[in-house]
Design a protein around this ligand. Structure first.
Ligand SMILES: [Zn+2]
Length: 413
């Protein structure tokens, strides 16, 4: 597909998309900020003392201010790099290292990833070791931060190198039909991640242990028999080595399915509440949300790849980013920005579906175990994590994958 516009016009469209998105997000942040209320809703007051609630408000304010600062900085940096053709300049530099049709794009993306990670390192450090520390969440040591970083890089190089290498090879060698081949590979990858994430990738960062024999296990055992879910699929993860925040999640399917409970969750909740949380997670499995999520991912990847196939061979994209010739990596980068309004919409749709699924899993926990126990667990989680009790509905609509606490409590009756 020919775009029929000059590189200069295309650059203005790219800059325009970034500006509109920045304004849109700033309005959402502003609405969300303004929506914070000082008074506590009645049914939560028993879990919050005034002091702790003030702390939660302070936590939200701190995060909002920090987000505004870092978001603005990265917005300005991106605009400047685009306006001065920085992405094209990097392409020219790296062409002196290699002109290989696969290695050049991979090297290009790795340099971008590495440089932007180093530049944002102060931000990452401040978030973990200053903000999270101040509010008593952080348990991560500097040493763990460094080893996480190194493992993250290696994982990105291996997985990104394999997937990115295949994508670029297909684009270069197959022509516009590449998207069908890469869609097949993506589907395989999505399935493999569900099956092997918890046995191969997660253990690189955390320890998963089967639920120990004891009171909790026997309390859970009755429930899991009732809903026909094997106890051998329930695991505990050492989340406490990074943060005091608690969580639980469900992954995989078939023999590889797993409910994972954070050790921090187990420490702070009664057996009744833990069974209710577990029931919610099993609800995700029984209601087939895992398969649904995978199908949604496949549809969204298919749409992205198809649209990519329409414009990826267009030299104008590379020129708009300051390149001197067609470069697949520059085109992929330009596509990433041009496609962002569509991915924002698909992201909103995915969040809508996810919030619907959360209500359904809550309902499952209520009907197979206890709505009251789940309500107490959700309230405790919200208080312990200092969550925002009053997010603005527009902000929730765009960004929340889980419904806000008060809506979930209302739905549980
Ligand atoms: Zn859930």
């Amino acid at each position: 597909m020919q775009l029929g516009i000059t590189a200069e016009s295309l650059l203005y469209i790219i800059l325009g998309i970034l500006v509109v998105d920045f304004i849109f997000e700033s309005i959402l942040d502003w609405l969300n900020n303004r929506n914070i209320k000082k008074e506590l809703p009645g049914d939560i007051a028993e879990f919050y003392n005034r002091e702790k609630y003030e702390l939660a408000l302070e936590y939200q304010k701190t995060n909002n201010r920090f987000g505004l600062l870092t978001g603005t900085l990265s917005f300005i940096a991106t605009l400047l790099i685009l306006a001065f053709g920085g992405f094209g300049w990097l392409d020219n530099m790296l062409r002196q290292v290699t002109g290989h049709e696969i290695f050049l794009p991979l090297l290009y993306f790795f340099v971008l990833y590495f440089v932007s990670d180093i530049l944002t390192l102060p931000i990452q450090l401040y978030r973990v070791f200053v903000i999270e520390n101040r509010f008593g969440f952080n348990t991560m040591t500097p040493r763990l931060f460094v080893t996480d970083k190194i493992k993250g890089y290696l994982l990105t190089i291996v997985l990104g190198g394999i997937l990115g290498g295949i994508l670029i090879w297909l684009i270069v060698n197959i022509g516009p039909d590449f998207w069908i081949y890469f869609l097949a590979i993506s589907i395989l990858f999505i399935i493999l991640i569900q099956l092997f994430y918890s046995t191969i990738i997660l253990p690189l960062f955390n320890k998963l242990t089967p639920l120990e024999d004891g009171e909790l296990k026997s309390a859970i055992s009755d429930y899991s028999k009732k809903v026909d879910f094997s106890l051998t699929n329930i695991f505990v993860i050492d989340g406490s080595k990074r943060s005091k925040k608690a969580n639980a999640f469900f992954m995989g399917f078939g023999k590889k399915k797993k409910v994972v409970l954070y050790d921090t969750l187990i420490q702070n909740h009664s057996q009744d509440e833990l069974v209710a949380v577990l029931a919610h997670e099993i609800g995700h499995y029984k209601k087939k949300h895992i398969i649904g999520g995978m199908i949604t991912s496949v549809i969204s990847v298919a749409l992205t790849l198809f649209i990519l196939s329409l414009i990826v061979y267009n030299e104008t994209l590379s020129l708009a980013l300051g390149g001197e010739q067609l470069a697949i990596h520059l085109n992929l980068l330009a596509f990433g920005i041009l496609y962002s309004p569509i991915s924002k919409i698909t992201g909103i749709l995915v969040n809508m579906l996810s919030r619907k699924n959360e209500f359904a899993a809550d309902h499952y926990a209520k009907s197979t175990y206890s709505g009251e126990a789940l309500k107490t667990a959700l309230k405790k989680l919200s208080v312990d994590n200092l969550s925002n009790l009053y997010p603005h509905p527009a902000y929730v609509f765009v960004h929340y994958s889980h419904p806000p606490l008060l809506e979930r409590l209302k739905a549980l009756g």
